[in-house]
Design a protein around this ligand. Structure first.
Ligand code: DWN
Length: 416
């Protein structure tokens, strides 16, 4: 079912070099129902390589997108208040800075449940969402966000452009890294973008992944882990220009890219490209000991959890996140350590975590069952979640933050 590449996803070089293997793992968002637990769970190799030619860190295996994202895809952006705030600020900034109005068109690629486009709808800016996941697409339509439930592609872009539907702003957050047909996707952006339009794209930043050892953000949905250098190369291959970039804290560290049809690189963009060369982010040496750092985290986390279990302490987890699947499966953290996972996403409650069959409950279970410790799988929302769970902390509960160094925290402000 899956395809294993032998060349780079951007430049097609065959000189790709192995960086890390996370073994053979289940699909990170493929939570299972109780009646599926007796079935054999599909697992795929998860191997990461680096291309020294265009400096792209990437996964070799491509799982078919229709397997990853269509039916039962459980990720709904609207369950993360911090993400909603971040997205609203981005939308309002674009409306103001681009002078968007009722004669504009904003198209979002991977628009999920309308979490972001609804902010444009409120300001009467015409929008179109495109997302292949049936559940989130239905949820978007329910909040008056017109949504095509399909994959964005070069051919869809041609159809929309031929129909006069080109965009003043194209938004694509946490999608570029997910796309198997990367060049078709970027060519589609060029076809869909008006001459003076801008594509505003958010991707996890590979520098944060390596510097903070965020290895759990590696899973089969995330095919690419971008540097600015690799992105600059990718867009230029399609006569598009990365003209500016913002470094954001969301999702453990992301880049917000501003891509246009005319070259006009900002001083900030040029300086960040220079910094990547100076810090060797474009060289294999930067990634050389990443695997070793990941193994240390696995060893330290298992030692911490094993020590707590001998007390004996009861341990739960917070966040049925895709990154959580990578963490518990690479470290083999199953029911022998964690009794249950909690998550606000009602579509995940009642299901079981991939690979370890740990049940997912509502967050209220923390005060009901009072585990002694909670492993924070959604560490990228630590501030918000620890604040939200003050009552659990005040009752004596403790959180364990797994990366970059496994540690126990007992208050919302101690976790950094
Ligand atoms: O790229 C992707 C990222 C952006 O989102 C997708 N491929 C899939 C997904 O990855 P993830 O599941 O690791 O992302 P999150 O958003 O870090 O997952 C957080 C989980 O925690 C969600 O299931 C929602 C949940 N949550 C919660 O229960 N209470 C989140 C918050 C903020 C909360 O207060």
């Amino acid at each position: 079912m899956n395809e294993t590449r032998t060349t780079c996803r951007i430049c097609h070089s065959a000189e790709i070099q192995p960086v890390l293997s996370l073994g053979t793992t289940p699909l990170a968002d493929a939570l299972r129902r109780n009646d599926q637990l007796s079935q054999v769970e599909p697992k795929f190799p998860l191997n990461v390589v680096f291309c020294p030619k265009c400096s792209l860190l990437q996964v070799l295996e491509t799982v078919p997108p229709e397997v990853l994202f269509c039916r039962d895809y459980p990720y709904y952006s609207s369950f993360s208040p911090a993400l909603l705030k971040h997205s609203r600020e981005n939308a309002l900034d674009l409306i103001h800075s681009r002078g968007l109005n009722s004669s504009s068109m904003v198209i979002e690629l991977a628009s999920n449940d309308g979490y972001l486009l609804k902010n444009f709808v409120e300001q009467e800016v015409p929008v179109l969402g495109i997302d292949p996941a049936e559940g989130p697409a239905r949820a978007a339509q329910a909040v008056n966000v017109p949504t095509l439930c399909t994959f964005f592609s070069e051919s869809l872009a041609r159809e929309l452009a031929a129909d006069g539907k080109t965009a003043d702003v194209i938004i694509g957050n946490n999608v570029l890294a997910h796309v198997a047909d990367l060049h078709g996707f970027v060519e589609g952006i060029r076809l869909l973008l008006k001459e003076n339009g801008v594509a505003v794209i958010e991707v996890p930043y590979v520098k944060d992944l390596v510097d903070h050892c965020e290895f759990d953000t590696i899973y089969h949905e995330h095919l690419c882990y971008f540097s600015i250098t690799a992105l600059d190369h990718l867009f230029r291959m399609h006569s598009l220009f990365l003209n500016d970039v913002k470094h954001l804290s969301i999702h453990g560290g992301s880049l917000r890219l501003y891509v246009e049809k005319k070259e006009n690189a900002s001083a900030n963009l040029r300086s960040m490209l220079r910094a990547e060369a100076d810090e060797k982010i474009i060289s294999f040496s930067y990634y050389q000991n990443f695997a070793e750092k990941v193994q240390v985290i696995r060893h330290e986390l298992i030692r911490l959890l094993s020590g707590l279990k001998t007390q004996p302490a009861r341990i739960a987890a917070y966040g049925a996140a895709a990154k959580g699947s990578t963490l518990i499966n690479y470290c083999d953290i199953g029911p022998k350590f964690v009794d249950f996972v909690v998550d606000r996403n009602t579509h995940k409650q009642g299901l079981f975590m991939p690979g370890q069959d740990i049940p997912v409950l509502a967050p209220e279970a923390l005060l009901d069952k009072k585990p002694d410790y909670v492993l924070l799988l959604a560490w990228n929302f630590a501030n918000e979640i620890l604040e939200q769970q003050k009552a659990y902390l005040e009752s004596g509960g403790r959180f364990i933050i797994p990366v970059p160094t496994p540690r126990v925290v007992c208050s919302p402000f101690q976790q950094s």
